[in-house]
Design a protein. Structure first.
Length: 484
């Protein structure tokens, strides 16, 4: 099948339909060739407290799978509403970003989408982006609900469908974007076209909006478009991807600042690019806003994984939820507030009994570590409900190494928790708290260990190791219970 690109952006932005109104018409850019950025400049200075919404797509050459980041001239922080969502048949990603309560400046604002491969700026094969400014949106929690849908390579159709959501509010703005590799896009039923664009060699882009107001809570919403004139034919036309984000207006704000909208800032690792689970998870963490997020990986298996990327939340507060699979990780850096939570049994059973397993792929290097470049201790880290296995053939590997023996003053693992955790096949120490030989401002202390089980190779592995003139173990404020 000869493939053509079709870009669809769906916008509800009519003041008659909702109290959110479109202030500036969409500005966009389409890159037919390789480019590391996609950008546009707004025609007039944006207004502080407005809502910016951005949709972008990009294609890649497998196995290279890129991520995207949005910036602007005024230093606003754009967060992900939905995506990146992958359409595997056409090797295409798309993502919706937004920034609530815009911080404005003077003059025009240049908005830029930049594409990355493993944290390094790189070229996408083709890309596109659309930027829209709205006024009247909720200043604190504008995002109500999201959805995304895509066809499989075995099921191309003529109808693009984001899937349905039941918004928690009324007076809504519906924003959606889609892409297909065939057909000419037409506004879907219940939508009116705002803008369309045709591409050299075939394919087209379209913007559209709701043609009726959203008047009630939990009224099902979905964004559709057709790759042919309506009525949409039943014959297949192309492979497609469709996303939708629903935003609420300022009248929905609740006193006290709590959001009645669907729980936000949950990023689904399975929707991020990467050669294996470790790369998808780290790319999801990289996409978290600076304040942090929850990375959901309960539906992400790691068959054939190699631990291609180390896991490190940086300065973000991240909760990572892992499913009942075996995850291949090379190294995990513990930082303040980082929570790693598995599924099922943790410290009570062996691998064949089910649960979440971490298989080390790091040779003789430790699996869990604390930073060695900062004098700030790691606090409130949580490791729960996991079974952790040493690298195959290791001769000295530690499961967890909290090393305070270096020149950095003031580091350590403190006020942290290991609960329902099992270690097996570590030829070094399963838990190694290495204290400072003379720099006693550093220390591992006030840590809690509950139901921590160690299955150690006979006559080789330490259950718990301390290497310090001041015993790190004696500074642990709670009992360390180990079953061998």
């Amino acid at each position: 099948m000869k493939r053509y690109a079709v870009w669809i952006v769906l916008l509800l932005a009519t003041p008659a339909l909702a109290t959110i109104s479109q202030r500036q018409s969409p500005v966009s850019q389409w890159n037919a060739g390789a480019s590391s950025t996609c950008f546009a400049t707004l025609g007039s200075t944006p207004i502080a407290t407005d809502l910016f919404v951005v949709w972008s797509f990009w294609t890649y050459t497998p196995p290279n799978q890129l991520t995207a980041k949005v910036t602007d001239s005024f230093g606003n922080t754009f967060v992900s509403a939905v995506g990146p969502t992958l359409q595997t048949a056409s090797n295409t990603f798309a993502q919706i970003f937004y920034v609530p309560n815009l911080s404005s400046g003077t003059g025009s604002d240049k908005l830029t989408v930049t594409y990355y491969l493993n944290g390094t700026i790189t070229n996408a094969n083709t890309s596109g982006c659309v930027f829209v400014e709205y006024q009247g949106a909720d200043l604190n929690y504008p995002l109500d609900s999201v959805s995304a849908g895509y066809s499989s390579s075995l099921n191309p159709t003529s109808l693009l469908d984001s899937g349905t959501v039941a918004p928690a509010n009324s007076n809504l703005l519906v924003f959606a974007g889609g892409i297909s590799d065939g057909g000419t896009a037409t506004a879907g039923t219940g939508f009116a076209s705002i803008q369309s664009y045709s591409f050299t060699g075939g394919g087209s882009a379209i913007t559209e909006q709701n043609s009726s107001a959203i008047t009630g809570n939990n009224t099902l919403q979905r964004a559709t478009a057709c790759l042919a004139p309506l009525p949409c034919p039943t014959t297949p036309i192309g492979n497609w991807l469709m996303q939708m984000a629903v935003f609420r207006d300022a009248s929905s704000t609740v006193a006290g600042g709590w959001p009645p909208a669907r729980l936000g800032q949950i990023l689904y690792a399975s929707q991020f690019p990467g050669l294996d689970a470790s790369a998808k998870i780290q790319n999801a963490i990289d996409a978290c806003p600076p304040s942090g997020c929850t990375v959901y990986a309960l539906d992400l298996s790691d068959v054939g994984g190699t631990g291609s990327r180390n896991i490190d939340p940086g300065g973000k507060l991240v909760a990572l939820w892992l499913g009942s699979y075996t995850y291949n990780f090379s190294q995990i850096t513990l930082r303040t507030g980082f929570e790693i939570i598995g599924s099922g049994s943790g410290g009570t059973v062996v691998q064949s009994s089910g649960g979440t397993f971490i298989q080390a792929q790091n040779g003789n290097n430790p699996v869990f570590v604390i930073p060695q470049t900062t004098d700030t201790p790691v606090q409130r880290a949580v490791i729960r409900d996991l079974q952790i296995f040493g690298s195959s053939g290791n001769i000295s590997e530690d499961g967890l190494l909290a090393d305070c023996s270096g020149p950095v003053i003031g580091n350590g693992l403190q006020y942290s928790l290991l609960e329902n955790v099992a270690f097996q096949n570590f030829q070094g120490a399963s838990i190694h708290l290495r204290g400072a030989p003379n720099n006693f401002q550093s220390g591992n202390q006030f840590d809690t260990f509950i139901n921590v089980t160690v299955f150690r190779p006979i006559e080789t592995s330490s259950v718990f190791s301390e290497t310090s003139e001041l015993s790190a173990a004696r500074r642990v404020a709670h009992p360390f219970r180990v079953r061998i």
